[in-house]
Write a protein that binds this ligand. Structure first.
Ligand code: FAD
Ligand code: SIN
Length: 544
């Protein structure tokens, strides 16, 4: 529905075209008019880059109970047990839904009668269904193609959401999401979208760190927008560092899938000695926080820039069948995984916290949903188990879809919303400020709020983020926006939320390690770190 060239009205706006956004858009009924918005092209997502697969109970020797227990163990006391049980029980039907959409998962040899299931850290059974080592590419391209064919979905690529429009911001009493301001990055026009429901499926925030496996779009925009609109945000200190990204100056922290360790890959010191058994009895298949910290510890102890990952003892045809993408990519950088170990380092990979939601993706604001990596459903607790993220995206997008459809009929369209006001800003003559601040932020977050934290480091980070935010907010209020400025402002806010949560947690748990509190705090029950914005409105619907 298009009123005029700057004003758009839809039933539902879905911001984000990864696994969560595409699933939501495709499962809304054919009578629902949907705007699907993406910062870049549809397939430029973390989803596209997923390698290992999707975890679900698909094997007679496995059970929902085991999947739930493994997830709860990895989450170190902080998973929401009800949410975990719900998600794992929905696993098989979610995989069936993906198969029904045409996703080609790898089948088992020799007669191809079953799907091949791989293993990853923390899983006590083989339960990760995959498309070789490019599961995300298969999933993303298949769902994106379906979305492009769907007449009720209008696609807005190269459009970046700036901020939510809420009733509260317009001076009304109840807080409802009415729409969103969106910048068309091709012509720099800001458009006003209104909708009965808005869903944030904007992915993670890996770009807050200097080294990350995430794509450039991962700047925490959804979390920043939701926070500014009045939603609670929680558990932001739980940043997962993936243990094995390729160490090469031009590889942009290319991920080497955990499935490689699941299929027998060994981690070695620079002198080729195995070391993981010194840290955990599960060795290479310990949960990620343990493996990443062990690597970090050994690198620091030896003053080394990397450790090795070696799968070359496996037959070449096995490696080429299971890891064709990793093999090709590593060859580009001069490493042949069939013949030699490759240098790897940890990098920021996944954000366990985010916008607080219930099991239908509902946030604190009426009509606003959050799904996928941007949401904090309670599924992952203090540490996400491998391949549980795509599962979470699909499961909760499907439940949100049902909830949204049930509410649409009784929700009126809002009146015309005010246009974006640019009367007070001018063109910036100093874009260098943005590049400088962006770099500074990512560097100090890596050094002070990374794999190993301390009170002093967190305080240093806090001092710097306060200063940077002042500068960025001043710049934002004076100059015309562009996508770099929008992202920098969001990254700085997300960095602040991470630092605040990390400072509040006076213990080490799961992915959060503070060397001033190196153990679990057993004097009180495990608790989430919940931040409430100043304009937070009590909403009993999802009070925990
Ligand atoms: P994404 O797929 O990241 O999509 C985000 C979308 O939001 C994009 O379309 C982007 O353009 C859009 N967006 C963001 N901000 C804005 C804005 N302001 N305006 C408009 N659009 C916006 N998980 C697993 O379960 N299994 C795996 O094997 C696995 N492998 C991984 C490998 C890599 C290299 C990485 C980085 C992650 C991996 N993960 C894996 C994690 C998983 O891929 C992600 O958590 C998941 O794909 C996130 O999906 P999403 O839909 O929430 O967001
Ligand atoms: C991987 O393939 O190692 C990534 C899996 C994940 O992040 O879940």
């Amino acid at each position: 529905m298009n009123n005029n060239c700057n004003n758009y009205q839809y039933d539902v706006i879905v911001i984000g075209s990864g696994a969560a956004g595409l699933t939501l858009a495709l499962t809304l009924s054919s009578e629902t008019r949907v705007a699907l918005v993406a910062k870049k092209v549809l397939t430029n997502t973390a989803t596209f880059q997923a390698q290992g697969g999707v975890a679900a109970v698909l094997n007679p020797g496995d059970s929902s109970e085991l999947h739930a227990q493994d997830t709860l163990n990895a989450g170190v006391g902080l998973c929401d047990e009800e949410i975990v049980r719900f998600a794992v029980e929905q696993g098989p039907s979610s995989i069936q839904w993906l198969i029904d959409q045409g996703i080609a998962f790898t089948r088992d040899t020799p007669n191809n009668s079953r799907y091949h299931l791989t293993r990853e850290g923390g899983h006590s059974r083989r339960r990760v269904i995959h498309s070789a080592d490019a599961t995300g590419r298969e999933l993303e391209t298949t769902l994106a193609q379906l979305a492009r064919k769907e007449p009720n979905i209008d696609i807005f690529e190269n459009h970046i959401a700036i901020d939510l429009i809420t009733a509260k911001k317009l001076g009304m009493k109840e807080n409802r999401c009415l729409g969103v301001y969106i910048l068309n990055t091709k012509n720099s026009q800001v458009l006003t979208f209104s909708a009965k429901s808005t869903a944030l499926a904007t992915g993670g925030a890996g770009k807050v760190y200097l080294y990350t496996s995430n794509p450039d779009i991962a700047t925490g925009d959804g979390i920043a927008m939701a926070w500014r609109a009045g939603c609670r945000v929680g558990n932001m200190e739980f940043i997962q560092f993936h243990p094995t990204c390729l160490f090469h100056p031009d590889a942009k922290s290319f991920l080497i899938t955990e499935a490689m360790r699941g299929e027998g890959g060994k981690l070695l010191l620079p002198d080729y000695t195995p070391f993981m058994h010194n840290f955990d009895s599960r060795a290479e298949l310990a949960p990620r926080d343990i493996v990443a910290r062990a690597i970090d510890h050994e690198m620091k102890r030896l003053g080394s820039d990397f450790v090795y990952l070696d799968i070359s003892h496996k037959p070449t045809d096995f490696i080429l069948k299971h890891f064709p993408t990793v093999h090709a990519r590593c060859l580009k950088f001069g490493f042949d995984i069939t013949r030699q170990p490759i240098p790897v380092v940890p990098a920021a990979h996944y954000l366990c916290g985010g916008i607080m939601t219930d099991s239908c993706g509902r946030t604190d604001i009426e009509g606003l949903y959050a799904l996928g990596e941007t949401a904090f459903t309670g599924m992952h607790g203090a540490n996400r188990m491998a391949s549980n993220s795509l599962l979470e995206c699909i499961v909760f997008a499907r439940t949100a879809s049902e909830k949204i459809m049930a509410t649409l009929k009784n929700t009126p369209y809002s009146n015309t919303l005010p246009h974006w006001d640019e009367s007070q800003v001018s063109e910036s003559d100093e874009q260098v400020v943005i590049a400088h601040d962006w770099h500074e932020l990512r560097r100090f977050m890596w050094n002070y709020v990374g794999i190993e934290r301390s009170n002093k480091r967190l305080q240093r980070a806090k001092n710097r983020i306060d200063l940077l935010q002042k500068e960025i907010n001043d710049y934002y209020s004076r100059f015309r926006i562009n996508s770099n400025l929008i992202e920098l402002r969001n990254l700085a806010l997300v960095a602040e939320l991470i630092i605040r949560c990390a400072t509040m947690r006076k213990e080490s748990r799961g992915l959060h390690y503070n060397r001033d509190y190196p153990t679990l705090d057993n004097t009180q029950p495990p608790h989430n770190t919940v931040l409430r914005p100043e304009n937070y409105l009590n909403n009993p619907k999802i009070e925990s």
